[in-house]
Design a protein around this ligand. Structure first.
Ligand code: PL3
Ligand code: FE2
Ligand code: FE2
Length: 224
């Protein structure tokens, strides 16, 4: 394993560990906002804690130390947006950010990593992908029973959060390439997964495509 690979892996591995750790804390905060679903949400939080530990193990297995401060910096804007939603009691935005956006990001990333994963990481990825599908489903169900009243606030929240995710991906483009992931393919996978998620919530395929195209367009316009 060459040095460029190790540096890139230490950044991507950190992003995954920090993302999973934040997902753990986000589901705990959601449990506070949605006491009727508290047990389910605490169970999802525990799954995320497990993911963080398992991915930390993947880095250790390769003898690589994750660059956690960088990952914390990259996740800060999204985490701030989530905390703001919690602070104002905005359950819808908190759910959209974690269950639709962050989880689509995770599914896209793990799917793209699967073909290049080492033998230690491969079974972990498969198990984690199955769990992330449940996290997406939880958010989709909550929002679907409240559709169409939730359509406009979902669009507003996505307008703020999706460009942040695309900017994060852009910030690690070179590292993704170095570990064998095509950044363009990852963006495509994210868009596909996110679009499918909002269709499950109740948006027409044409509306979903339009929303995603608008957000991706904005991201291009600001140089993401
Ligand atoms: C939700 O369960 C967790 C959220 C984690 C998001 C991780 C995003 C990682 C971005 C790019 C990493 C690609 C490679 C993955 C390698 C294991
Ligand atoms: Fe996870
Ligand atoms: Fe998750």
């Amino acid at each position: 394993m060459n040095c460029a690979y190790r540096v890139a892996y230490s950044r991507i591995n950190a992003l995954v560990i920090v993302g999973e750790g934040l997902a753990d804390s986000h589901f705990r905060l959601l449990a506070g906002l949605l006491p009727e679903d508290r047990d389910d949400l605490m169970r999802l939080a525990a799954m995320e804690g497990r993911h963080a530990r398992d991915f930390a193990g993947c880095g250790r297995e390769l003898g690589i130390r994750p660059d956690l401060p960088l990952a914390q910096r990259l996740f800060a804007p999204l985490h701030r947006l989530f905390r703001e939603a919690v602070r104002t009691g905005d359950r819808l935005s908190a759910l959209v950010i974690q269950c639709l956006i962050v989880e689509s990001f995770a599914v896209a990333a793990y799917r793209c990593y699967q073909p290049v994963a080492d033998a230690y990481a491969a079974p972990i990825l498969q198990m984690v992908l199955d769990d992330e599908a449940q996290h997406l489903q939880y958010g989709q169900r909550w929002l679907a029973v409240r559709f169409p009243e939730v359509a406009a606030p979902i669009e507003a929240c996505c307008g703020r959060a999706v460009p942040i995710v695309l900017a994060m991906l852009n910030a690690v483009r070179a590292d993704l390439t170095a570990i064998g992931i095509d950044p363009g393919e990852l963006v495509g996978e994210f868009v596909g997964c996110f679009q499918a998620a909002i269709e499950m919530v109740g948006f027409e395929p044409r509306q979903a495509r339009g929303l995603v195209a608008r957000l991706a367009g904005q991201a291009v316009a600001v140089g993401v």
